[in-house]
Ligand binder design. Sequence first.
Ligand code: DGY
Length: 324
Amino acid sequence: MPRPKVYVTRMIPQEGIDFLNESCSVEVNPEDRPLTREELLRNVQGKEGILCLLTDRIDAEVFDAAPGVRGFANYAVGFDNIDVKEATKRKIPLSNTPGVLTDATAEMAWALLFAIARRVIESDRLMRSGNWPGWGPLQFIGGDVTGKTLGICGSGRIGTAMALKSKGFNMQVLYTDEIANLTLEKELGARKVSFDELLRQSDFISVHVPLLPSTRHLFSRRVFAAMKKTAYLINTSRGPVFNEVELVEALRKKLIAGAALDVYEFEPKMVDGLAELDNVVITPHTASATISSRTNMGLKAAENLLAMIKGERPPDCLNPQIFQ
Ligand code: DGY
């Protein structure tokens, strides 16, 4: 029997490719860069399964280009790059990679929190410049963490993990969500609050909402103005959840103390002015970039893809209704 043809839109850790190779004929984008639109449309032709990335826009045009496709496995937990409604209408199954990057992303949120509060990157820059004059009582005074209030915007898997890791810092934890998070309430005495209360009370706000029409530009001028002037924002979710131009304006005016960002509104670009500010820490969308997390994302995506190729419901199905 011929082996099903699978296309992988960019190299992922080898374990995922090896897993697919056991039963499929696998073609991988040989370039270490996202495919152009033309390349994507050309390379999906004639394939039965596609392992795609958050940098690939998967929509009606791609579905038209790959009429024989039996499923798209996204190598990410976020899936705002895929037109799920259109795929569902066409009965094309989709999957993502939840769970395996939860701790890595929560750890990165903490790394960013400390980096911005304790001015780690600014300090590193000074040391490398060779201009450190020696210890000084007023140098790089930053924000306190222990005992402060941590606001979790979106208490799903990653928001919950981020909050639970605050245990050693004796923080008050507030969170926003549609439903009560009993784990956070039981483990930390966390309190579910309105978005506006989260803004008013938090010393740190860590953002963990998916990108949806309702969360696009959730953080904008009004929100920055409603936060404490001493508060910090951490974003490891999706860039467009912030209005980045208005964030730069707020940081310039010192409406908030700082922001630490792993994601950007117009990736891979940043809006003008952001990179020049001292009160930001910026990392290149690497929150899930640990060895085990990226390896397991590849294995999970491969496992989902194989199930879809066989006509089975994948373990992490984004549109389970098509199997009913
Ligand atoms: C995701 O999985 O959605 C992250 O943004 C990348 O790992």
